[in-house]
Ligand binder design. Structure first.
Ligand code: IPE
Ligand code: IPE
Ligand code: MG
Length: 255
């Protein structure tokens, strides 16, 4: 049974007991290039395979009761890559959105985007906006694609937006900042997974990750399958989230 999507309460973490799974999982989909290199293939073949993997992980997420899945496909720093690779990634993303949106819609997924659409090809922008519009009523899974996304750029954009709105200094608090972020309609991530063995955040969800559980796996993104997602969810359930407070577990143990 699926809980109805509650109106998001920005920056108020929901205490999660060991029995509760993560409501919002965000994944840094890393390792496409190495996956291809290991097979003597061009990097772009890794991006093709990595993008295909989005479908099976999205389906697995629904099966695991995840309500919000955020997938990072392209960072604001990825513009530093060779021009051919960038063009290939943009083409693959555009094709995937065109190809997959119908099936996502039928399965009740609501597509969203975080990041900046500026600087993307007009047809890619249009594909994203159409997919968002088509799926906006869906409630089963909120699938957010982060591309042309960077956490610092998001904060810059939030500050600009606060200033443009003429917000007085004494009205600026955490909730107000949250309302000016790309993620204004999303709860904070409970679990952030990074594939490919890199142990860093690389400018992902800097504000929202304040109390996320972090999980790093050596598995390269194209190889990251439903069992790996399930293992991540089980690992999450073992974590003791304290949010700066005192563990419910330790107080119980002490009596
Ligand atoms: C992740 O895979 C996809 C993007 C960052 C666009 P990479 O392309 O970073 O793969 P590696 O890290 O080089 O293996
Ligand atoms: C982070 O991966 C961005 C995405 C997965 C979309 P990168 O491969 O760009 O990160 P760094 O450069 O290794 O930190
Ligand atoms: Mg990488």
């Amino acid at each position: 049974m699926h809980r109805p999507l509650a109106a998001p309460r920005v920056h108020e973490p929901e205490p999660a007991g060991p029995e509760s799974g993560p409501r919002h999982v965000a994944i840094i989909m890393d390792g496409n290039g190495r996956w291809a290199a290991q097979r003597g293939m061009p990097r772009i073949a890794g991006h093709e395979r990595g993008t295909e993997n989005i479908r099976r992980i999205t389906e697995a997420a629904v099966g695991l009761g995840i309500r919000y899945l955020t997938l990072w496909a392209f960072s604001t720093e990825n513009w530093r890559r060779p021009r051919d690779e960038i063009a290939g990634i943009m083409r693959i993303l555009g094709e995937a959105i065109e190809r997959e949106t119908g099936a996502l819609h039928e399965r009740g997924a609501q597509l969203r985007h975080i990041g900046s659409l500026d600087g993307l090809a007009p047809d890619l922008q249009q594909a994203v906006l159409s997919a968002i519009e088509l799926t906006r009523q869906n409630q089963r899974l909120v699938l957010t694609l982060a591309f042309n996304y960077g956490g610092r750029q998001e904060l810059v954009s939030a500050v600009r937006s606060l200033v443009e709105a003429g917000t007085p200094a004494d009205r600026i608090d955490e909730a107000e900042i949250g309302r000016h972020l790309y993620t204004r309609d999303l709860p904070d991530p409970d679990l952030i997974v990074r594939t490919s063995g890199e142990h860093r955040i690389s400018n992902f969800l800097l504000w929202q990750a304040a109390y996320a559980e972090l999980l790093f796996t050596p598995v390269l993104w194209p190889d990251f399958g439903p069992p790996d997602l399930q293992a991540a969810v089980l690992e999450y359930a073992q974590r003791d989230r304290r949010f700066g407070g005192v563990s419910a577990r330790s107080t119980t143990a002490v009596g």
